[in-house]
Write a protein of this length. Structure first.
Length: 399
């Protein structure tokens, strides 16, 4: 009897392992439920970051899957060297999922298109380095600037600011995901980094299972669904939530900032965004790195959507963020590019949407054209100034 039980137990175990292996194989080969083996690694400052050399598969928004391999430094970009070659101008771009641009092939992202267009000019080689990662706010971007970007010796840093997620996620008060770093403003007015998320059970569990997760589609699927559920639950609690922005008498969240009835929580978050943008600008300025801010469009560039929001609140101004951050950039004495009016003009001329949820192929092309035009004069002016400065120093040495 004992031998029989042992045999049945062994047989059950073998069947279970075969079942797990079969499910794992199906998930890996078919990517059913849009599952992909995780490329994320826990990080005590950023919460997570993509693993270097990791292969990734993405099948949302576009009509076909997009695949790529993160470079040696864990960024969705071509392979780059730390050392900058002579006669090269480097532009480092920071931002969230709009910059990482999982929805399109790497060579069709706005950063790649901009690099190609600028290199049609003669006289200097331009490199556009992509440091975008989904979920980034200025909190993570300030850290990345100091710890990742600076070692590549950039001549210029460009920050893409998304009014929606950047405002919502930058503060513990409004963020639906608390497993991330936050800056607090202390009594002296200085910024204090809070990485207490490392004490959260979710983060500790992520650290424990990460090696397994990085090699298992099943574990990646389970943890991904669990994280999404937690974020959704927190968001419901934060917003009181029943898609209140669809109510007839109020625009909530970041959209409320575009009206004469702004949500106080989001006002505080937006103020923190500005403090962090200022900190980034000052950090670049002290190192003679040219800095530019870009405001990503909101969907009110489409007239029908703008009218919908105005029907809810007549004071709604779809250009609010573009105008406000342009004024703020002038105050900081930094360069600025707004995409809201550019997208509106394109849409009114062509009647073509530039979005899925994120930018579609045409959207990336429009952004690349606008960015190329803006960068062209800056880059060649900076290069000329540096050349003249070098010549002056050389002449002084010879004298």
């Amino acid at each position: 009897m004992k031998n029989y039980k042992r045999t049945m137990l062994l047989y059950s175990l073998i069947c279970f392992l075969m079942f797990i292996c079969t499910v794992e194989l199906i998930l890996r080969t078919t990517h059913i439920f849009n599952v992909n083996i995780s490329c994320s690694e826990p990080d005590p400052f950023l919460s997570w970051r993509p693993a270097p050399h990791c292969n990734y598969w993405y099948n949302k928004e576009n009509d076909h899957p997009i695949t790529w391999k993160y470079n040696s430094y864990g960024w969705r970009d071509k392979e780059r060297s730390i050392e900058k070659l002579p006669n090269t101008y480097r532009v480092a771009i920071m931002g969230d999922s709009y910059v990482e641009a999982m929805q399109v092939e790497l060579d069709r992202t706005f950063s790649a298109l901009t690099e190609n267009q600028l290199n049609e000019e003669k006289g200097i080689k331009v490199e556009i380095l992509n440091f975008g990662r989904s979920g980034f706010t200025q909190t993570e971007e300030l850290f990345i600037l100091k710890n990742d970007i600076e070692k590549f010796s950039p001549d210029m840093v460009v920050l893409f600011f998304l009014p929606q997620n950047d405002i919502e996620d930058v503060s513990r008060e409004t963020s639906p995901d608390l497993m991330r770093p936050f800056y607090n403003v202390i009594d002296s007015g200085e910024l204090s980094l809070d990485t207490s998320f490392t004490e959260m059970p979710r983060y500790k569990i992520r650290c424990l299972i990460n090696r397994v997760k990085r090699h298992s589609a099943i574990i990646s699927l389970i943890t991904g669904r669990y994280d999404a559920f937690k974020v959704k639950s927190i968001k419901k609690n934060i917003l009181g939530y029943k898609e209140r922005e669809n109510q007839s008498n109020r625009l909530d969240g970041f959209l409320s900032l575009c009206t004469n009835d702004p949500d106080p929580k989001y006002l505080r978050s937006y103020a923190l965004n500005k403090l962090l943008i200022k900190a980034i600008a000052e950090y670049c300025g002290k190192r003679s790195i040219h800095f530019m801010l870009v405001t990503i469009d909101n969907v009110a560039y489409i007239p029908d959507i703008e009218e919908k929001y105005k029907s809810i609140n007549p004071s709604f101004d779809g250009n609010f963020f573009e105008d406000d951050l342009k004024s703020y950039s002038q105050l900081l004495k930094i360069d600025y590019l707004g995409l809201q009016r550019i997208f509106r003009q394109f849409y009114e001329n062509e009647m073509i949407s530039l979005h899925w949820d994120h930018w579609n192929y045409r959207g990336h092309e429009v952004v690349a054209d606008a960015l190329t035009e803006k960068l062209r004069s800056i880059i060649f002016s900076d290069a000329e100034q540096k050349k003249n400065k070098t010549l002056s120093l050389s002449s002084a040495v010879h004298k």
